[in-house]
Design a protein around this ligand. Structure first.
Ligand code: PLP
Length: 364
């Protein structure tokens, strides 16, 4: 009975400090020192074998292109090595996928369709009511400096991202975005990602492509879950990608590319109502007409794709990719068709010669 009183009195009489209710906070007087030394600490940490940590690390994975282990990326207003190139936990892209992006390709010292990609990026940013957006010249300069720093003048893919920027506190409202947008220029060595020689296989996803009723697919935003869910279905079926239908069951595009078919010598592609109006799509539509094929843009049902003579997909990342099987149906004779080959060649010629030259006198 007397023990609690006794312990309490003895404890008081020792004048020991009372037991802390909470763990000691970080000594904030060292905050600046921590921030300054963290990059070096992280560098050292990456180079020692981890023996214990709160979250057990997975084995270090192989990179698809090992040359990309050492990259320099633009983040905000500086160029940083791959492992240090990070955005804030307060950034809108972390908090809500609140960003817009473009994928561009570099061929032969030039950036293909640079102005068109920047037009679409500015349109997407405007549709999402971004403010304090960097200028076209600033974005171009960041791209040129990043490419120069990496020595990338060919065989390169650039993932250009513009986030709504850092927030003053976590939350959804763009009113919290008072630092301006965050610009990211991620350039990687990357050959076309599909087998454009033998062709690819597609399956149809159950996930429908966003309609203008909810999130307009014409905005090239980073909220990619709609497409990622379709891609999961594609992966589960061991296909290269998945076709996405619109809300009425017509084909819109794949999770990552636009799509075309050939039937009796005519080239058809879905209206850009439910798909991203791809820049490669527009380029290929021009080439189709230049090569004197009839081009039709209309609603196309899945069975028309199943029974087509030829099918291909288009996108900056993969260029023109022949499709040889859809949902288990062999397309045409299962080989890459003559119209596809002709357009692949025309596209190759165009990318070798057109584009915005990368200035090489930029400050590193
Ligand atoms: C869903 C989707 N469709 C199509 C494309 C192809 O667009 P582009 O030809 O402009 O690269 C992309 C590329 O980002 C995409 O994400």
């Amino acid at each position: 009975m007397w023990a609690p009183w006794w312990y309490k009195s003895v404890h008081n009489s020792t004048h020991f400090a009372p037991r802390r209710k909470y763990p000691r906070p970080f000594p904030f007087s060292f905050y600046d020192v921590l921030e300054q030394s963290l990059p070096f600490y992280n560098f050292l940490k990456r180079n020692v074998r981890q023996t214990s940590s709160l979250l057990k690390p997975l084995p270090v994975p192989d990179l698809p292109v090992p040359e990309n282990a050492k990259l320099l990326s633009w983040v905000g207003d500086e160029i940083l090595p791959r492992e240090s190139a990070k955005v804030s936990v307060f950034d809108s892209v972390v908090q809500g996928g609140d960003a817009v992006w473009e994928g561009l390709r570099v061929y032969n010292g030039k950036i293909f369709k640079l102005e068109e990609h920047l037009d679409r990026m500015f349109d997407s940013a405007k549709a999402l009511a971004f403010i304090n957006v960097p200028t076209r010249d600033e974005i171009k300069e960041a791209i040129f400096r990043t490419l120069n720093a990496n020595g990338m003048f060919d065989n390169t893919h650039i993932r250009l991202t513009l986030t709504r920027g850092k927030k003053v506190t976590s939350g959804m409202s763009p009113a919290f975005n008072r630092y301006g947008c965050t610009l990211i220029v991620l350039a990687e060595w990357k050959p076309p990602v599909y087998d454009n020689e033998s062709g690819i296989e597609l399956v149809t996803a159950t996930t429908r492509r966003n309609s203008p009723n909810n999130l307009d697919s014409k905005i090239h935003h980073n909220n990619l879950l709609n497409n990622i869910l379709a891609k999961v279905e594609g992966n589960n079926a061991n296909a290269d990608d998945a076709i996405m239908l619109d809300k009425d069951g017509y084909v819109s595009e794949t999770n990552a590319t636009n799509i075309f078919l050939v039937k009796k010598g005519r080239v058809l592609t879905p209206h850009a109502d439910y798909c991203l109006p791809g820049i490669t799509r527009a380029t290929v539509m021009e080439l189709v007409e230049k090569e004197n094929f009839v081009l039709v843009e209309r609603r196309i049902s899945l069975s028309e794709f199943h029974t087509a003579d030829e099918v291909w997909t288009t996108g900056t990342m993969g260029e023109l990719s022949p499709v040889v099987k859809i949902d288990g149906r062999v397309i045409g004779d299962g080989k890459v068709g003559p119209v596809t080959r002709r357009l692949q060649n025309a596209y190759k010629l165009l990318t070798e010669n057109a584009g915005v030259p990368i200035p090489t006198n930029t400050e590193k």
